[in-house]
Design a protein around this ligand. Structure first.
Ligand code: SUO
Ligand code: CP
Length: 313
């Protein structure tokens, strides 16, 4: 039984990319694989793309999909062991996960970082709680520290548009009014490092350092213009600071991506994106934006991950 929790669960980029391409060309090719199987999708946070593209992927695979906004419609869940549950939380993950697993064959979970307790976020309490107690394969639909389905869709998109053998790919921080998770930046960095054919670097203001274990030996620039020089793909994302954890330290509008900064490079963002805060209208409305195609590829990324899971059952 396979889970899809992290980009490291992509055992071979080449084979996953060709599987996704096969699904894009012929979406119903694996329709029989999921027949009679139920995919449960649990959302502790909002979603547009993840919810609809995963549901569409399930449809292509012949699976039935059950969706619950568990964060707002379900009982508040307790994740700690041995707690006296006399406060607000009505149900323990131990029962909830076992019950759900009787209804579903595969379980997708979206549970963002709290951005309050770094240790708990890094322990992936929610995702690992379901993995531990559900006993069925778990699909990460953005957890506290990662968004591997997004990273796979991004890898597909870059591969489809690259014009040279070793394109330069820059991950750039951009300002945002709210404190956002590091999950997207983490998974994008990990998938770039797992595919060293890309000339990858990161740029962010001081104070926004990502986890050093994830960054590894990737070059990091505090000067955005220096990082963007000769870029082929510019992947833009806000994330909150690491110290103090979850803080907004910088709102400098000079980090916003403009057509001048982008030059000839392609613009990428996972969406949803704040116009004229993260990126100027002219970039999103111009020919170099890949954001719509990235969102399209979410369906085939989810389909590839679900095929690998279904084949392991
Ligand atoms: N999965 C796509 C990104 C989800 C989330 N963005 C957000 O919450 C943006 C919300 C806002 O713009 O208010 C994030 O950054 O991880
Ligand atoms: N990119 C992404 O995961 O979008 P949603 O948050 O809308 O699912």
């Amino acid at each position: 039984m396979k889970h899809f929790l992290h980009v490291n669960d992509i055992d071979s980029s080449a084979s996953w990319l060709s599987l996704a391409a096969e699904c894009k060309k012929e979406p119903f090719k694996y329709e029989k694989l999921g027949k009679g199987k139920v995919l449960g999708l649990l959302f502790f946070n909002n979603s547009l793309r993840t919810r609809l593209s995963t549901q569409k992927a399930a449809y292509h695979l012949g699976m039935h999909c059950m969706i619950m906004n568990i964060g707002s419609e379900g009982w508040a869940l307790e994740f700690e062991d041995g707690t006296i549950m006399d406060q607000g939380k009505a149900e323990h993950i131990k029962e909830a996960a076992q019950v759900i697993s009787q209804y579903c064959d595969v379980l997708g979970v979206r549970a963002f970082a709290s951005l309050e307790d770094k240790e708990k976020d890094e322990a992936e309490q929610v995702l690992n709680g379901f993995k531990k107690y559900a006993g069925i394969p778990v699909l990460n639909m953005e957890s506290a520290t990662g968004h591997p389905l997004q990273a796979l869709a991004d890898l597909i998109t870059i591969t489809e548009h690259q014009q040279t053998k070793r394109p330069k790919v820059v991950l750039s921080w951009a300002p945002h009014p709210r404190a956002l998770p590091q999950a997207v930046a983490n998974s994008f960095t990990s998938i770039m490092r797992n595919n060293p054919q890309f000339d990858f670097c990161v740029t962010h203001p001081r104070g926004y350092e990502l986890n050093p274990e994830i960054i590894g030996d990737s070059p990091v620039y505090h000067d955005q213009n220096e990082a963007l020089k000769d870029a082929d793909f510019v992947y833009v994302k806000n994330w909150s600071a690491s110290n103090p954890y979850g803080a907004v330290l910088n709102n400098d509008p000079h980090w916003m991506i403009t057509p001048e900064k982008l030059g000839k490079a392609y613009f990428m963002h996972c969406l949803p994106v704040r116009r004229n805060v993260i990126v100027e209208d002219a970039v999103l409305d111009g020919n170099n934006s890949l954001v719509i195609e990235q969102a399209n590829n979410r369906t085939y990324a989810a389909q590839a991950a679900l095929i690998k899971i279904l084949e392991s059952l």
